[in-house]
Design a protein around this ligand. Structure first.
Ligand code: FUB
Length: 471
């Protein structure tokens, strides 16, 4: 299945701009009523400044939705998913249940609750521009607006739907809380550009023990709007020597074929991870295991055989990097599915853990890696420089991506980097703990700018909540 994921931060940006202009006494800008797909927001009623809230953080079907003093709780964070037809699904982040008009009533005064998401039109909302940076939310089944009854300013006032008007108690102001590049839980993004399109290949996250089996591919022409091409490889279904732990892939192209390097483990017997390679005629798969056995078997080299990444140099030669606990680096043979064991070199800076990735800028090669444990909020990225794809590498040059507690951004790491062709614009894709309530198995993918200093060193990345503008 191919699903086009349309994200737009325009509304949020316009909201902030409009509010800024109002504060400054200028003409408010028109908001673009286009919701940020997959983003999470707080919604404050314009008349009271109070936030849309699931009372007592209930996770039950029928949990009451009211206004309450804004408090940053996950029961006040609402995720917008674009349904692609002018409507959105709005779900509470603490419960994953949907904003729902009770019993699909079309009456004025119909109660609004949370309920398991089922796709009914009483769980679909149209986002309309309500001026001055605010929006109205119109229930699809009834055409009525979400409001605070009688413009109450009390905590606990339960929300309902009513004929749409112009009152502030039907206008909602959004504050962006989280806006991942890909909607949903994903990690270890490997970003690449083939032809005129960018591709992202992440780990599918949200499974205890990282036990997911499926890899998906996403494509984009602007690094912001991503198309989900569905499952491109399932290690349980498609790989004879693995049945889980589909982690952190890498990708490369050669002569019109695409090579997908991946790790897999087994749930019984020898559960150590191994590294494989799959091949396809398309960057969006489906991919087929090229060898029928691992490319790197467990125990062949020190550390865990995970986290492959490929760098292709200007002369067309590709290099494979992998390893957790130890970094191994080797030129790939022309077939892209083998290498000469005698060519493998290792480089182990003191805090190296995993997530190797190499780029070249000018004549300098940058070897980057993740330090710490992906379950730690201190997970971070460091780098070294060298004069060839295999080094020798300098001493670690310094951490270039780490948490920003002031924004609630934690566990930033396992990254990859892409250059906009013909420019010196670079972007870093990485994961962090999901916001809210993420951890080492509930992670989200972000893309931010990567800048170089005049001396060629990498400037520390400023991780953002909102991500980037389209390139
Ligand atoms: O996503 C599973 C594992 O977590 C990856 O292989 C590591 O790099 C870490 O991010």
């Amino acid at each position: 299945m191919t699903l086009t994921v349309k994200r737009s931060l325009a509304l949020v940006a316009a909201t902030f701009l409009a509010l800024a202009l109002v504060v400054a006494g200028g003409e408010p800008a028109a908001a673009d009523p286009d919701p940020p797909d997959g983003a999470s927001v707080n919604l404050a009623a314009a008349h009271s400044g109070k936030c849309m809230d699931v009372i007592s953080a209930s996770t039950d079907d029928g949990g009451e939705v009211a206004q309450y003093d804004c408090n940053d709780g996950a029961n006040q964070m609402w995720r917008f998913d674009d349904l692609g037809d002018g409507h959105v699904r709005i779900s509470a982040r603490h419960s994953d249940k949907c904003l729902d008009v009770d019993a699909a009533s079309s009456d004025n005064g119909a109660r609004v609750i949370q309920w398991e998401c089922h796709g009914g039109t009483n769980q679909q909302w149209e986002v309309q521009d309500a001026g001055e940076g605010a929006i109205q939310l119109v229930a699809r089944h009834s055409g009525k607006c979400l409001e605070v009854p009688s413009a109450s300013t009390s905590n606990g006032a339960r929300l309902q739907t009513w004929e749409c008007g112009t009152g502030d108690h039907q206008r909602w102001e959004m504050e962006l809380v989280s806006s991942p590049a890909l909607p949903g839980l994903f990690a270890d993004p490997n970003i690449a550009r083939f032809g005129d399109t960018y591709y992202l290949y992440p780990t599918t996250d949200g499974f205890s023990g990282w036990s997911g089996t499926q890899y998906r591919a996403f494509s984009s022409t602007d690094l912001v709007n991503w198309t989900d091409h569905g499952v491109i490889l399932d290690v349980n279904a498609d790989v004879s020597w693995a049945d889980n732990s589909a982690w952190a892939p890498g990708v490369a192209e050669r002569d019109g074929k695409y090579y997908f390097y991946f790790s897999g483990g087994r749930t019984s017997g020898d559960t150590r991870k191994q590294l494989g390679v799959a091949v396809s005629d398309s960057p969006t798969g489906p991919f087929t295991d090229a060898l029928g056995h691992p490319l790197v078997s467990a125990g062949e080299y020190s550390g865990q055989a995970i986290d492959p990444a490929v760098f292709t140099d200007d002369d067309g030669r590709s290099y494979l990097y992998w390893g957790q606990g130890a970094s191994h680096q080797v030129p790939l043979n022309d077939d892209m599915v083998s290498f000469d064991a005698g060519d493998v070199v290792s480089y182990n800076p003191p805090d190296y853990n995993e997530g190797s990735f190499v780029i070249k800028r000018g004549s300098t090669y940058y070897f980057m890696w993740s330090e710490g444990d992906t379950r730690s909020e201190d997970y971070r990225v460091n780098y070294a420089t060298g004069s060839s794809p295999l080094g020798p590498w300098s001493a670690p040059a310094g951490v270039i991506l780490h948490k920003d507690e002031s924004q609630g951004i934690l566990g930033t790491g396992h990254h990859s980097v892409v250059q906009v062709p013909g420019t010196d614009e670079w972007y870093i894709a990485y994961h962090r703990f999901a916001i809210p309530d993420g951890d080492g198995t509930h992670r989200e993918v972000m893309i931010d700018r990567l800048h170089f200093n005049a001396d060629g060193s990498i400037r520390e990345v400023e991780p953002t909540i909102e991500g980037i503008d389209p390139v």
